[in-house]
Design a protein around this ligand. Structure first.
Ligand code: HEM
Length: 455
């Protein structure tokens, strides 16, 4: 055994020799990354047609094994044999921004840390968030309706940030605090998603790291106060959470989890809402059916209504996530050599599972490039043909902890809009619009639209 092999898996360099596999890397340095940014669906479709369900590729600066079959997704996400490190996967692209977050922790360490978040997302806590979210959403939608036209993406992003500050951390809402937090958060998001990743003052990446540092410091400074308070926001739950031996979690860990939570929650939900609005503006009949659904539910909407009623709205949520999953790929690194249908994947190799393409595989989905929420209706249930063909929230130990929260935000926002207004594109002949796919899907012009009161 040589020296490198004796190192723990998270200290070994990545394996970059995949010459035994079919596939292509693309351009030097950037590989296929730019093609993927332009249109991931087309890029992965071409790769799949040429090389099949397992091949080599170079994306995001990594030489990877690309896995394009739900059976492979199942093996990687469930990871019963502990062959795949999520930490080494995400670290390769997001190390500094995700530091200390749940996706930067493997196996037992991850299990212990996930405990910090459990209470915050239990139904009792969620029921309480519903009431708070309702009033924020109602005001925002009323404000949008007063404008001739507005950019949906920009407005929903602001709305979700307001909700995050309120529900996640009940920050003192003095204008100064909100403004500084907002700026730090926006800088962090832009830095995390920037393409040029150099720590040079003035560049987005550098500003992003400064924003992250500010937020982390902000949370660290409040931990004692929150712990002693009777607050019931997400942050307060984290501060009071106890480890298995009965002690509080470390302050640094709590602050890192808060920062990661805000990153994980925000742009994902913003993108899903924007893409749903885009399809809804294009379908008056669907909007009318949703409005009927909403009218039949008790108002103000209860937590139960979002989970047990409004089935058609759930279909819209699911179908939007199928067409445009905000987390479009899963990155992992092998810890030891594995095999997929007889193909060898060496230890320390990056594997990439693009959910965005699994959601459009023609063998599994009927007419996959068409937006059709009825495929999730009880009569059709197309996504039930394989447990891992629809994976917008992942699966296994790292399955999204905020998935019900995301659904709540989505349902609340659209119930408020379609219940009272008709959503319309601001421009004629807008559909199909030019879309941006990376880092998250949205129309490139941020979806100019208007709300017209339902008579
Ligand atoms: C539509 C919105 C969302 C989507 C599509 C989404 C998707 C995902 C996915 C795919 C993962 C797993 C990543 C992996 O396995 O590599 C994940 C993890 C996570 N998400 Fe979400 N997410 C959304 C919203 C949220 C929200 C609102 C929150 C918090 C309130 C949240 C918090 C988290 C956290 C903390 C993790 C890490 C879980 C762990 O590693 O144990 N997400 N999310």
């Amino acid at each position: 055994m040589d020296t490198i092999e004796r190192l723990p898996y998270d200290q070994r360099p990545a394996n970059r020799d995949l010459s035994h596999l079919d596939g292509e890397y693309g351009w030097p340095l950037v590989g296929k990354t730019l093609d993927m940014f332009r249109n991931p669906h087309e890029m992965f479709a071409r790769h799949y047609e040429k090389y099949g369900a397992i091949s080599r590729i170079s994306i995001t600066g990594n030489k990877c094994v690309l896995l394009l079959h739900p059976d492979y997704v199942q093996r990687v996400l469930l990871d019963r044999e502990k062959n795949f490190s999520i930490k080494k996967g995400w670290e390769s692209v997001m190390a500094e921004f995700f530091e200390g977050g749940l996706v930067m922790r493997d196996f037992e360490e991850h299990r212990l840390h996930r405990g910090i978040m459990q209470t915050s997302f239990k139904p009792d806590a969620m029921r309480e968030y519903v009431t708070r979210i309702q009033s924020i959403v109602k005001h925002a939608v009323e404000r949008w309706a007063l404008q001739d036209t507005f950019l949906f993406y920009e407005e929903v992003k602001r709305l979700l940030l307001d909700i995050a500050f309120d529900v996640f951390c009940w920050v003192d809402d003095s204008e100064m605090t909100v403004k500084t937090m907002n700026k730090a958060f926006t800088d962090m998001m832009e830095g995390a998603l920037g393409i040029v990743r150099l720590k040079i003052p003035g560049l987005l990446y550098h500003r992003g790291l400064r924003g992250r540092q500010y937020l982390k410091g902000f949370f660290m400074g409040l931990i004692e106060e929150k712990r002693a308070s009777a607050d019931r926001d997400v942050f307060a739950h984290f501060c009071r959470a106890k480890t298995e031996d009965g002690s509080y979690y470390d302050d640094e860990d709590i602050a890192d989890h808060m920062v990661f939570l805000m990153l994980a929650a925000h742009d994902t939900t913003t993108s899903a809402a924007t893409m749903a609005a885009y399809y809804l503006c294009n379908d008056d009949d669907l909007q009318a059916r949703l409005a009927e659904d909403v009218a039949c539910s008790d108002q103000p909407f209860s937590y139960e209504a979002f989970f047990h009623e409004m089935k058609e709205m759930v279909g819209v949520f699911y179908e939007t996530l199928r067409m445009h999953p905000p987390v479009s790929m899963f990155l992992r690194r092998t810890i030891r050599e594995c095999e997929f249908d007889g193909v060898r994947v060496p230890a320390d190799t990056m594997v990439c599972v693009p959910g965005a393409y699994i959601h459009r595989l023609e063998e599994f989905w009927r007419d996959p490039n068409t937006f059709d929420p009825t495929r999730f209706s009880e009569e059709v249930n197309e996504h039930r043909n394989h447990n891992f063909m629809w994976i917008p929230f992942g699966g296994g130990a790292h399955k999204c902890i905020g998935m019900h929260f995301a659904r709540l935000l989505f349902m609340q926002t659209f119930a408020e809009m379609v219940g009272n207004y008709r959503m319309e594109f601001a421009k004629r002949d807008y559909f199909p619009a030019k879309l941006q796919y990376f880092p998250f899907s949205k129309p490139v012009d941020s979806l100019p639209m208007k709300l017209v009161p339902r008579s």
